[in-house]
Design a protein. Structure first.
Ligand code: GLO
Ligand code: MG
Length: 345
């Protein structure tokens, strides 16, 4: 067995203001420094960044200033004993990305998206981080006939190659999601992401980040998605959370909707000795809108606590009894063994 200690990470967007599509923010903005303090207090070592979390206003700054700010951020993290986990080019909030970035129907927007992605690589390297997360948020359609999926797949592949060419050091973790904010996303599942990566200029540098809710929204089991990526050595990060069926992306506390599903995600990470890979466990969770400001990080603490309890459950799972049930093809007995183990009998 290698190292069995997990490393945890969060992004600043995980300490949100409680806004939703039907109402404005209900909590004050938490400053970036306060996010870092919260990370330390909650025992999270890694910080996940959008490119403009690391360097605000990077669209308007000259390259030298972008580098200087990223280097200042690197020092800020190091002073606090924190490390950057990844940088994601945030194409989906900028006006140029209104119709998507890499797959926009506007050629000027496509050029912008590639240039912005190269800036994100610069920011990542200046931060001392080599992982780029690609969440293709608006790379898809609301009106299916508005884009050509053959062309879009080629454009996504080109974008991967542009990022890989920007530096021989960077690796890309694609974070697929089937819908929201678009109706139908291109590259909606882990299978698509890995297939695309295998066709890239350097497949060894393309892997995936699996978010539990994104798998559920695609009608798939997150632990099987993780198993598929782990079997290929491609699971480079996770966004654990939960999702109550096919709705909007809820970003619920890990295990809050389906504790058994959460257990199976932890179990497959344990089976693959994910902790020893050094990859982070992130929680892409949102505080409920009703939460008071002083308690608006409880969702992160709970997710981590549930994760650690489930690690214990995975490590104490009655493997021998389960193996006997399987050998006897007595899956009802296996079902009961699992349920009783989870119930703590
Ligand atoms: C939204 C995504 C989002 C990404 C983040 C990093 O559904 O999960 O939170 O994980 O922007 O790219
Ligand atoms: Mg996510």
């Amino acid at each position: 067995m290698g190292d069995t200690t997990y490393r945890f990470s969060i992004g600043p967007w995980n300490i949100g203001r409680g806004a939703d599509p039907f109402g404005p923010a209900v909590r004050p903005q938490v400053s970036f420094d306060d996010v870092l303090d919260a990370a330390i207090a909650l025992g999270f070592e890694g910080i996940q960044f959008h490119d403009d979390d690391a360097v605000p206003d990077l669209e308007t700054l000259p390259p030298a200033r972008i580098m200087a700010e990223a280097e200042a951020m690197k020092r800020k993290l190091a002073d606090r004993g924190l490390v950057p986990e990844f940088v994601a080019p945030r194409l989906w909030e900028h006006a140029n990305g209104i119709d998507g970035g890499y797959t926009s129907n506007d050629p000027a927007a496509r050029t912008w998206a590639l240039e912005r992605s190269k800036r994100a690589v610069d920011v990542a390297l200046a931060l001392g981080c080599e992982l780029i997360v690609m969440w293709p948020a608006r790379e898809g359609t609301a009106v299916r006939e508005s884009k050509n999926p053959i062309m879009a797949s080629a454009q996504m592949l080109d974008a991967i190659n542009v990022i890989l060419a920007a530096s021989p050091q960077v690796r890309i973790a694609i974070e697929p999601k089937p819908n929201e904010p678009v109706d139908h996303a291109f590259i909606p599942t882990i299978g698509h992401a890995l297939a695309l990566g295998s066709r890239s200029a350097d497949p060894a540098r393309v892997g995936v980040l699996i978010e539990s809710a994104h798998a559920i929204l695609a009608g798939l089991d997150p632990s099987d998605e993780m198993g598929f990526a782990l079997a290929a050595g491609k699971l480079w990060s996770v966004h654990l959370n939960d999702q109550n069926g096919l709705k909007f992306d809820q970003d619920k506390v890990f295990g809050a909707a389906n504790l058994r599903g959460a257990f199976n995600q932890v179990r497959v990470l344990e089976q693959a000795n994910y902790a020893a890979s050094g990859a982070f466990v992130g929680f892409d969770v949102k505080a409920q809108r009703t939460q008071k400001p002083e308690a608006a990080t409880a969702h992160l603490a709970t997710s981590k606590a549930v994760f650690l309890k489930l690690v214990e459950k995975a490590r104490t799972f009655p493997e021998k009894i389960a193996a006997q049930c399987i050998a006897n093809r007595d899956y009802e007995a296996l079902e009961r063994t699992v349920l009783e183990h989870l119930l703590g009998r």
